[in-house]
Design a protein around this ligand. Structure first.
Ligand SMILES: *Cc1c(COP(=O)(O)O)cnc(C)c1O
Length: 410
């Protein structure tokens, strides 16, 4: 008798068995951890709510959302350039969109390398075949303008890449405006990584002559990770349009992305929930205004730094080039960053970050992290962690200094 072509469901045994897994409720902590590391950061309720919605990625509603995202992004980037686009992907995807559209085989790129993230831009340049030279800057310092000018004279770059806030070693490139001017005067386009800093401190794309700015969602903007933004100047866009060889990264091809972000057409299915979340994050930035947001970030970060120092811990970066958006704190002798991070997370439900092999922990001051109640909880948790690990700190002095900083008595 021939075997029946019908088999009952119970007799089907799959070659790869169905795994036994736990539900998210069983995996996630009952009370969410306070996200005070180098990102992702806490998201406002309006962002979380938007992130729970799926709409058609094409059509009138999406077109309106995209239009508003672009106009709000122009305010946050401080640019009148038309060429604002979103990217489905991390901050690094926006970075790769900037590099891979503006650089190709043989392009001369000068990368000002302050650390882990600015090196990533150099690496992306190498991968598209560009001739990348780096200006290697010592840890915990910035390149002098003389060094930058000299490197530009020597390398004659078509593109200069620079990070505004090097999150890895918590260095702030406070010369950004002057570096852009030097590059511009030499005829180079300037790409700025503002993933960590955008909306936490001034950045004026047009006034400073920057040609491409990139940012992620999960840092200063306090949106979700996975949807990022990029803005090109007219000069950069001309270079994108004028290239002869197509970009090998199909998803990151700015000319294809233009279909969706400017012509209401299809490129790939946009991460609609993430775009809605980003819309709400940008709307909250606009409602607060950049001026007030910068002031909030500055006050909170300086108060945090005062609190950490007053309890007896050392800040990693000298004040002159210290990044306010992410604060680096030296880990006391005999402990590793992982010791501190795991203790504070387990015992105090506060997440902070280590840093790629450096002997520091990092506390973020980006977006929703800059709220007074989050700061008190974090300084307390960090101080208690030190006490519990057997490190001598003066926690009450730290909390008092934090309060003085926040109440304007610094
Ligand atoms: C976080 C960060 C990045 C990378 O962003 P991802 O979203 O992790 O890809 C790049 N540059 C800087 C300065 C950052 O802080």
């Amino acid at each position: 008798m021939p075997t029946s072509s019908f088999t009952s469901a119970s007799s089907v045994s799959s070659a790869v068995p169905c795994p036994v897994v736990e539900s998210l409720d069983a995996i996630l902590p009952e009370e969410p951890l306070l996200m005070m590391g180098a990102g992702p950061v806490p998201i406002p309720a309006a962002v979380a709510k938007a992130n729970a919605i799926v709409i058609n990625h094409l059509g009138g509603t999406m077109v309106k959302v995209i239009g508003q995202v672009k106009s709000m992004a122009r305010y946050v980037f401080q640019t009148n350039s038309k060429w604002v686009l979103g990217v489905a992907g991390p901050g690094s995807a926006a970075m790769e969109m900037a590099i891979s559209n503006l650089a190709w085989e043989g392009t001369r790129v000068l990368s000002i390398k302050n650390g882990f993230f600015s090196e990533r831009m150099a690496e992306m340049g190498r991968r598209v075949g560009a001739r990348v030279s780096t200006l290697d800057v010592a840890d915990r310092s910035v390149a002098s303008l003389e060094q930058v000018a000299e490197a530009i004279r020597r390398e004659r770059p078509e593109i200069v890449t620079v990070v505004q806030g090097e999150t890895s070693n918590t260095v702030w490139n406070y010369h950004l405006k002057e570096i852009a001017a030097l590059a511009k005067a030499a005829g180079a386009l300037v790409i700025v990584d503002a993933v960590c800093t955008l909306s936490t401190m001034p950045l004026e794309m047009d006034a400073w002559g920057i040609d491409a700015v990139i940012t992620g969602g999960q840092k200063g903007l306090s949106s979700i990770p996975g949807v990022s933004l990029i803005a090109f100047s007219d000069a950069a866009w001309e270079r994108v349009k004028g290239r002869t060889a197509p970009n090998a990264h199909w998803c990151l091809d700015a000319s294809l992305a233009e279909n969706f972000w400017h012509n209401a057409g299809y490129h790939y299915t946009a991460p609609v929930s993430g775009v809605l979340a980003l819309h709400e994050a940008l709307r909250l930035v606009c409602a607060e205004t950049l001026e007030k947001r910068f002031a909030r970030h500055l006050k909170c970060s300086l108060a945090l730094q005062d609190g950490v120092a007053a309890m007896g811990l050392r800040l990693y970066t000298p004040e002159a080039c210290r990044l306010n958006s992410v604060v680096g704190i030296e880990v006391p002798e005999g402990f590793s960053p992982a010791d501190v991070c795991s203790h504070i997370s387990r015992m105090h439900q506060v997440e902070i970050s280590g840093s790629f092999g450096l002997p520091i922990v990092r506390v973020g001051q980006m977006g929703e992290q800059c709220r007074e109640h989050n700061l008190f909880r974090t300084v307390h948790a960090l101080g208690r962690t030190m006490v519990e690990l057997g490190v001598k700190v003066d926690l009450p002095a730290g909390v008092a200094a934090l309060e003085r900083g926040l109440s304007g008595g610094r």
